[in-house]
Design a protein around this ligand. Structure first.
Ligand SMILES: Nc1ncnc2c1ncn2[C@@H]1O[C@H](COP(=O)(O)OP(=O)(O)O)[C@@H](O)[C@H]1O
Ligand SMILES: [Mg+2]
Length: 364
C-alpha cells in the first residue's frame, strides 16, 4: 500500500524508483561507496530499505536520528550494536560467529553487545572481521548510515569511512543525506585535506515526482485502498502538495482514515505539512535570526537576488552587515536544502515551507 506513512520496506509498496533501484544494484558490484541524496521526505529511507532488502546481500542500517552533532565513540558503537541486532536472521548467526573472539564483543543467544572504552570494540578490527566473513560468503556487506550529516561534527567518521573504502573490498558503505551540501562538505570528496578526498562514489538522487507521476501515484494509491477520488481532487492535491512523495503519502493516509477524498483534506494536509516544514526551519533560526529574516523575505517576494536579501537583512537589523556574512548565510541555506539558487536568484525549495511561513512568519 502506497499510503502507509511509515518508511516503506517492501518493493510492492514503493512507487516507481525503478531506475534508481537498478543503479543501486549495479553499484554494489563495483563501488565501495554509494550516496543517496534528496530533500527531506523524497523517500531516501524507503528507497534504501527496499534496495537493500532486494539486493540479496547482508545489510544493516544505522539510524543516526537523535544523536548530537558531535557524538562520542560510544554513541556510534551503540547505534552499530542496535543495527547489528536488526540484521536479517539469515545472516545473524554466521556473522556473529565470525565476531565472537573479538575484543569487546559478546553474544548471548540472539543478541550481540559491543563494549566501548578501553576493553571495547575496535571498529577497524570489527570491520576487518566483517569483511573477511563477507568474502568467505562471497557477498558484499552493505552498511548504511541514514542522514549522515547529523553527525558531521566528528572528523573520525570520514577517516573510518576512508579506511573501510580503501581496505575492505567486501563492505559497501551506503550514506544518505537530506542536507546535501552539508553532507558533501563533511565527507569532503573535493577537499584535498579530507580523508575521503578523490574517492569514487556512486550518487543516486531521489528526485521529486513529476506532475504525471504524482497524479499516477495518487490514482493508484486510491485504487489500492478502494476509495474513489475525482480527477479534480487529484489535480488539486498535486497543485498544492507538489511532487514531494512524503506529502502525497500523508494526504492519502489522511483520506484513508477519513474514508473520503476532498479538497478540505488537501487544505488540512497543506496546513499540517507547512507547519512541519516550518518547524524544521525554526531550528535554524536558533543559530541566527538572520536565517529567519532571509526565509521570511523570500516567502514574501517569491525570489530575490543576493543584493536584495542583503538589503532586507540590513533594514530589519538596523545596521549594516558584511558581504561575507551574507554569503555564509546564503550558502548555509543552500547547503541545508532550504533554498535553491537559479540564474542568480534565490527561492525556497519546498512550496509547503512557504505556506507554513505565510501562516506564521519565522522568528526574526
Ligand atoms: N517511492 C515511494 N512510494 C510510496 N511511498 C513512498 C515512496 N517514497 C517515500 N514514500 C513515503 O513518503 C514518506 C517519506 O519517505 P521517507 O523514506 O521517510 O523519506 P526520507 O527518508 O527521504 O525523508 C513516507 O511516508 C514514505 O512511506
Ligand atoms: Mg529518512
Amino acid at each position: 500500500m502506497y499510503f502507509d506513512p511509515r518508511p516503506k520496506t517492501k518493493k510492492e509498496d514503493l512507487y516507481n524508483r525503478t531506475k534508481e533501484l537498478e543503479a543501486f544494484t549495479k553499484a554494489i558490484a563495483y563501488s565501495p561507496l554509494i550516496v543517496v541524496t534528496g530533500l527531506r521526505r523524497t523517500g531516501k529511507t524507503s528507497f534504501l530499505n527496499v534496495a537493500m532488502a532486494q539486493s540479496q546481500q547482508p545489510y544493516t542500517m544505522l539510524d543516526l536520528r537523535g544523536l548530537p552533532y558531535n557524538p562520542s565513540y560510544a554513541d556510534i558503537i551503540r547505534r552499530i550494536e542496535a543495527a547489528f541486532n536488526r540484521l536479517d536472521r539469515q545472516w545473524f548467526s554466521g556473522l556473529t560467529d565470525a565476531l565472537k573472539h573479538l575484543r569487546g564483543v559478546s553474544i548471548m543467544g540472539n543478541e550481540v553487545t559491543f563494549g566501548w572504552g578501553k576493553t571495547g570494540v575496535d571498529l577497524p578490527e570489527l570491520f576487518s572481521k566483517i569483511d573477511g566473513w563477507a568474502a568467505k560468503e562471497n557477498k558484499h556487506f552493505l552498511l548504511a548510515f541514514d542522514e549522515i550529516q547529523i553527525v558531521r561534527g566528528d572528523k573520525w567518521i570520514p577517516r573510518l569511512f576512508a579506511h573501510i573504502a580503501d581496505s575492505y573490498r567486501n563492505i559497501t558503505l551506503v550514506l544518505t543525506g537530506s542536507e546535501c551540501g552539508l553532507m558533501f562538505d563533511f565527507l569532503g570528496f573535493d577537499n584535498p585535506n579530507a580523508p575521503l578526498y578523490g574517492r569514487d562514489y556512486v550518487q543516486i538522487q531521489m528526485e521529486n515526482f513529476s506532475r504525471q507521476q504524482s497524479k499516477d501515484f495518487l490514482t493508484s494509491g486510491f485504487a489500492q485502498i478502494g476509495l474513489p477520488i475525482t480527477t479534480e481532487i487529484v489535480d488539486y492535491a498535486v497543485d498544492n502538495l507538489d511532487g514531494i512523495v512524503g506529502w502525497l503519502t500523508l494526504f492519502g493516509s489522511r483520506c484513508l482514515s477519513k474514508q473520503s477524498a476532498t479538497a478540505e483534506i488537501v487544505d488540512a494536509v497543506v496546513l499540517e505539512a507547512g507547519r512541519l516544514a516550518r518547524e524544521e526551519a525554526v531550528k535554524l533560526t536558533v543559530n541566527s535570526k538572520r536565517y529567519g529574516i532571509a526565509l521570511n523575505y523570500l516567502t514574501q517576494t517569491g525570489e530575490a537576488s543576493w543584493g536584495q536579501i542583503k538589503t532586507a537583512i540590513q533594514v530589519k537589523m538596523g545596521h549594516s552587515i558584511t558581504n561575507a556574512a551574507v554569503s555564509i548565510l546564503l550558502n548555509a541555506l543552500v547547503k541545508t536544502g532550504f533554498i535553491v539558487k537559479n540564474n542568480d536568484k534565490y527561492t525556497i525549495a519546498d512550496p509547503l515551507l512557504i505556506r507554513g511561513i505565510k501562516e506564521q512568519p519565522l522568528p526574526e
